[in-house]
Write a protein that binds this ligand. Structure first.
Ligand SMILES: Nc1ncnc2c1ncn2[C@@H]1O[C@H](COP(=O)(O)OP(=O)(O)OP(=O)(O)O)[C@@H](O)[C@H]1O
Length: 883
């Protein structure tokens, strides 16, 4: 047996092997050690290998799903190895022969389909990467096998991390060469165990087209769109992995759809994390933007909303279509409520369909499709006749195209209560299949006949306690106590009628020809009934899978409706407005709020959130947006204000209403933020280093249509270094990037910059001072703060009184010393950033004076061209000599 184990194990490297032994899956060697630690189960020993004890642990088959879930959650991949024959059959080959076993499925984080192992509102993407060296192309393809979604697109080393964080795959598979490429290593390191290397053959672009065509049963990919070689290679890698993990089954996948970077708002990874879009910095869903806005009532709706939030759009028309859908339900909330009532009953059709297509589904999955199609029909009915915008119109059309044939067949065939497994039978409705009804009647009737037979035999033999019983060894038999046995075996007549089967300590068992006949009729009827049910199951399964595309479209349409109704509900209850989104560079928010903080304050029954305006639009006649320099006290609400404006832009481009009185947003193509402090010690970066890396990314990448929010740049280092960096960054943003920018700072010296930079405006968080206390108004107003009230805030935080009063003394002295040396002077002394000479062009003073002296001696008007050339050579010689 160990030989078999080792052979299967070596064919599945990198996977934990669940080796079936009777009612247990057992793990051996290192697998056992890893699993026992991860699952908290006992590690024992079983036999020896090469003279050493073999470590072993096991999990019962009936509880395997829970254990698998835990292992997958920790990022492990598992190969499930089943017994492929009955142990009795193996015995026939000889007493020592081993039961045939093989791996029937690989369970990996992104290739699971069991409801228990999946989060209803989250996608479980598998992503494959490929690179074509010759043309320097790189592409990704990702699949959610639990829903059939399949997308691909091009990427590049610099864009890889943003793309991967956007898609957030559970598993990433890459060719060996890419895996070991030092340039990409830091990106892969961020995803840890989720990334695995695979042989290059999986990603072979030469055979990729064939693999795709074969999978989708087409002869040419022409109808799929125009894919690059790298995209094909990535798609082939993803498909090959799916085929490998599912062993013999094929999930019903959608045809691959292409994504292009230009369609979506680029959000860099740091911004994505800092803005806490899907999770907070500490990894919780509570407190994230998604959690605050998610009012969907279906799993598919929740997944769609998350996917949209992950990739807001940049296309004005597409955004308007989504907003129209929300407006529609805002205008008619009765319609939304009716639809919601239907949607609440919606099962997860896409996932049920995927399990059915993988032959892993049961009657409940068929029932889910039946239920889903019924909801589709009633939602279609509710929407019929309504005057709908483009997106909802299309959704209604998809619902109209839901396969009535499948709905009908399932409705007619399936009973109300469903067993978990098809082999348990009992899910086909009475009246659906004549022979099945007949067999069931026979089976049930025969059971009744047995009951009357028992009464007959009791009367005939005079043994009142005579019973007809059943067990798996004897089937049906008559049982009497040992004392009563003589009534059945004393006479020859009786012996001929009651055939002796078994003698027990206190009882004797008999059968009769009548009973044996009935027995075989019952067994046959039950067996035949199950056979028919399984055939019905298979036919319904095949019918559903054959209509996979239409069913999936209907499921998608319902998700779109769920999201639109949910966003309308959110907008109505939270007082959100419809943003105007266009191709300008406007950014004007009136009465904007932070969607998450606002709800949190309400929950805590604290003071209500103070709404604030923000206007970064180009000023009259200007082409480019403004830069707001925000100062104000600690705890004044600067970070909240910065984030809320970024979140409003994201929500607007997602197609949601926004927390504001009015909002007009010119499409933002890239969103950057540098907020909050965190270090990245795992990558050897201090807090300040992280801050600088992120700032560098912004200054290097932000274009004219970007939105940038920067919070306290330069605070992580010495004051003057920090101030200088912040100063230079603002000038660069204003003169070079020229994008809409919000910049919060405690360096009040920076406010002097507005004298030089015409698109820079100073704004401040207002406070009131009252009897030495500071009161935060959370209001953004024009002007600049003159102090940070840091000491007051420290006092509020509970610093000891002695420390607070000493800090006050020190502060007074420092302020006294600094009074006359304000940075305002710098404004006149320093030329503007763009005009300042670049450092590498500067010439040392000594050289400058030598050259200046030489220049003074020249009078160009009197020089011949030749003399001028000689003078030039001479000047050059001076410069190089002093270098
Ligand atoms: N507009 C607002 N209305 C009501 N409360 C607010 C508002 N903005 C912020 N707050 C409250 O003030 C707290 C502090 O806000 P925030 O962290 O934005 O201040 P900050 O100015 O960035 O502080 P620091 O400079 O210390 O980082 C928030 O946790 C929130 O509870």
């Amino acid at each position: 047996m160990m030989a078999q184990f080792l052979e299967i194990k070596s064919a599945n490297p990198g996977l934990l092997l669940f080796y079936r032994m009777g009612d247990f899956y057992e793990l051996f060697f290192e697998d056992a050690e890893i699993a026992s630690r991860a699952l908290g189960i006992t590690l024992t020993k079983r036999g020896k290998h090469l003279g050493q004890d073999i470590p072993m642990c096991g999990v019962p088959v009936h509880a395997a799903d829970d254990y698998l879930q835990k292992l997958i959650g920790l990022g492990h991949r598992v190969a499930v190895c089943e017994q492929l024959e009955d142990p009795a059959e193996a015995k026939k080959r000889g007493s020592k022969s081993v039961v045939r076993r093989d791996v029937t499925r690989l369970v990996t984080p992104a290739t699971i389909t069991e409801d228990k192992l999946l989060e209803p509102g989250e996608n479980a993407y598998l992503l494959a990467l490929a690179r074509i060296r010759a043309s320097d192309q790189m592409a990704y393809a990702f699949i959610d096998i639990s829903t059939g979604e399949f997308r691909l697109g091009e990427t590049a080393p610099a864009r890889l991390l943003p793309d991967l964080t956007r898609i957030a795959p559970r598993e990433i598979i890459v060719p060996e060469a890419l895996f070991h490429d030092p340039e990409l290593r830091p990106v892969f390191d961020q995803f840890g165990r989720a990334v695995s290397a695979h042989p290059a053959a999986l990603f072979d672009s030469a055979t990729a087209g064939d693999r795709l065509a074969r999978y989708f049963g087409v002869t040419t990919l022409d109808g799929f769109g125009d894919f690059s070689r790298a995209e094909l290679a990535a798609a082939s890698g993803a498909l090959a992995y799916v085929e490998k993990t599912q062993v013999s089954e094929r999930p019903a996948l959608q045809r691959p759809q292409r994504e292009t970077g230009a369609q979506t708002l680029f959000i860099d990874p740091a911004t994505r994390t800092n803005l806490e879009l899907e999770r907070t910095l500490s990894g919780q869903r509570d407190g994230s933007l998604l959690k605050a806005i998610d009012r969907t009532v279906t799993g598919a709706g929740a997944r769609l909303l998350a996917a949209r939030l992950r990739a807001p759009l940049t296309d004005v028309a597409a955004i308007a279509e989504r907003l129209d859908s929300v407006s529609q339900f805002m205008a008619d909330d009765g319609l939304g409520a009716t639809l919601r009532a239907h949607l609440k009953a919606l099962p997860d059709m896409a996932r049920a369909l995927s399990r059915l297509s993988l032959n892993r589904g049961g009657p409940r999955d068929l029932a889910a499709i039946r239920g889903g199609l019924a909801v589709a029909a009633s939602v279609h009915q509710v929407l019929s006749g309504a005057d709908l915008g483009a997106e909802l119109h299309e959704a209604r059309a998809m619902l109209g195209a839901a396969p009535a044939e499948v709905a009908d067949a399932l409705e007619k065939a399936l009973d109300d209560d469903m067993p978990l497994l098809a082999r348990d039978g009992g899910f086909v409705r009475t009246g659906h299949h004549d022979e099945l009804d007949e067999m069931r009647a026979l089976r049930d009737q025969s059971r009744r006949v047995i009951a009357s037979l028992q009464a007959d035999y009791a009367a005939e033999t005079g043994v009142k306690s005579l019973k007809i019983k059943h067990n798996n060894v004897l089937g049906y038999f008559i049982e009497v106590t040992a004392l009563n046995a003589s009534a059945l075996n004393a006479s020859d007549d009786a012996k001929a009628r009651f055939i002796h089967r078994q003698t027990m300590a206190n009882a004797m068992r008999f059968t009769t020809t009548e009973l044996a006949d009935l027995e075989s009729r019952i067994a046959n009827a039950a067996g035949r009934a199950l056979e028919i049910e399984l055939a019905v199951f298979e036919q319904l399964r095949a019918l559903s899978v054959a209509h996979a595309d239409a069913i999936r479209d209907a499921a998608h349409a319902l998700a779109v409706i769920d999201v639109s109704v949910a966003l309308a509900d959110l907008a109505a209850s939270e007082g959100y407005c419809r943003p105007v989104v266009d191709d300008s560079r406007t950014f004007r928010i009136v009465g904007g709020r932070h969607p998450v903080v606002e709800q949190a304050l309400r929950r805590q029954a604290a003071d209500p959130f103070v709404a604030n305006d923000c206007d970064l639009s180009p000023k009259d006649g200007a082409d480019h947006g403004a830069l707001w320099l925000l100062t104000g006290p600690n705890m004044g609400g600067k970070s909240t204000f910065l984030r809320q404006n970024a979140l409003i832009a994201i929500l607007a481009q997602t197609g949601s209403f926004v927390p504001a009185g009015q909002a007009h947003i010119g499409i933002v193509d890239r969103l950057f933020s540098r907020v909050g402090a965190s270090d990245d010690l795992a990558r050897g970066r201090s807090t300040f280093m992280v801050e600088m890396v992120e700032t560098a990314a912004i200054l290097n990448q932000a274009g004219e249509n970007a939105l940038v929010i920067l919070d306290e740049i330069g605070r992580g280092t010495a004051t003057f270094d920090g101030l200088s960096i912040a100063w230079a960054a603002i000038e660069y943003l204003h003169e070079h990037n020229r994008c809409r920018t919000l910049f919060a700072t405690h360096f009040h010296e920076l406010t002097a910059l507005h004298e030089k930079l015409d698109r820079l405006a100073n704004v401040t968080m207002r406070v009131k001072e009252w009897e030495g206390e500071v009161v935060f108004l959370h209001e953004v107003g024009q002007g600049a703060a003159d102090r940070s009230y840091g000491v007051q805030v420290a006092r509020l935080a509970g610093l000891p009184d002695a420390v607070v009063s000493r800090a006050r003394q020190v502060l007074d002295q420092l302020e006294e010393q600094n009074r006359d040396k304000g940075a305002a002077a710098l404004i006149d002394d320093l030329p503007l950033f763009s005009a300042a000479p670049a450092a590498k062009q500067s010439v040392p003073n000594a050289v400058r004076s030598a050259i200046e002296a030489a220049l003074d001696d020249l009078s160009p008007d009197e020089m011949t061209p030749r003399a001028a050339l000689e003078a030039l050579y001479a000047l050059k010689a001076v410069a190089t000599k002093k270098d």
